[in-house]
Design a protein around this ligand. Structure first.
Ligand SMILES: [Fe+2]
Ligand SMILES: [Fe+2]
Length: 285
């Protein structure tokens, strides 16, 4: 019952960012088969800051182009519409939730962790030939969005939770349950519902710590779960309180791929430079 109240509270937060409009506008253009590169270039280039950010990410190691990409139409051509959609969604979300740094919440580190999980999930999904590669980026990007909601809208509760975890009194998720009566995974799921995200995405967010509970697409939830663990393992996203130091072996059963193969796919794509690459790419985004 109280949990229901919190759900209502989360979904009715007035200031809760709507899914940013430019991202939606571009996403619907991209989904329209009649949209040309020229049309997209026109829409994006009306925003110079956005254009500069797209170019910066297009030239990052995550897209691996040897030649420098200096114009928007060339960026759109070589990146493809799907990657462009990912980039725009990331930029819009980071901006929508931009908050100043706080000693208990390092938002830069949070976004680095989110992006790394998105990029990692997408890369592994492609390598393994899953049909979920587009969704896997967004699922990874948004998996911990509930933490951000708690930090911004239930600030006092957030402080209580983090302080107790830091003092070694409890784990993050146990404290969330004790203080909020819901975890960031559930809260993120509610936000995803409010944003009308597809069911399998909502579910991957809601069950990223318990992928076996997913029904629509357990593989997607399992992939995010495991990549989240890998990101923490390589130290991306030093959210000192939420460490995901362990993974659920059942997630690997859902994925049908052994741990070493998945880990190798992750390392092959990022090597040891993931942190530096993220730092360089996202400073100023
Ligand atoms: Fe999480
Ligand atoms: Fe995470």
């Amino acid at each position: 019952m109280e949990n229901e109240l919190l759900r209502e509270k989360v979904q009715n937060i007035i200031q809760l960012p709507a899914l940013p409009t430019i991202a939606l506008e571009v996403a619907s253009l991209i989904d329209n088969p009649k949209t040309s590169v020229a049309k997209l270039t026109n829409v994006i280039s009306t925003d110079q800051v956005l254009t500069a950010k797209v170019l910066k990410i297009a030239n990052s190691p995550f897209y691996g182009f040897q030649r420098k990409i200096s114009t928007l139409d060339f960026a759109i051509m070589v990146l493809g519409f799907d990657s462009l959609k990912e980039i725009l969604l990331s930029i819009s979300l980071i901006n929508a939730f931009r908050k100043r740094q706080d000693k208990r919440f390092d938002s830069r580190e949070f976004w680095k962790h989110s992006l790394a999980t998105g990029i990692g999930a997408r890369t592994i999904a492609r390598q393994l030939g899953y049909r979920i590669s587009g969704e896997s980026f967004v699922a990874g990007l948004l998996h911990d969005i509930g933490i951000l909601v708690t930090y911004q809208y239930f600030h006092d509760d957030f402080i209580r939770i983090v302080d107790a975890v830091r003092e070694g009194k409890s784990t993050f998720q146990d404290m969330e349950k004790a203080v909020l009566l819901a975890t960031h995974a559930e809260i993120g799921g509610w936000l995803a519902e409010r944003w009308n995200l597809p069911d399998q995405l909502t579910e991957a967010i809601r069950f990223h710590h318990r992928p076996e509970l997913a029904e629509k697409n357990p593989q997607l939830a399992a992939l995010v779960h495991f990549v989240d663990f890998l990101c923490h393992k390589v130290g991306v996203g030093a959210l000192s309180y939420e460490t995901s130091k362990e993974y659920d072996p059942n997630a690997l059963k859902l994925l049908g791929v052994p741990e070493d193969e998945l880990t190798q796919a992750f390392y092959d794509s990022f090597g040891s430079k993931l942190r530096e690459d993220l730092d360089r790419t996202f400073v100023g985004i």
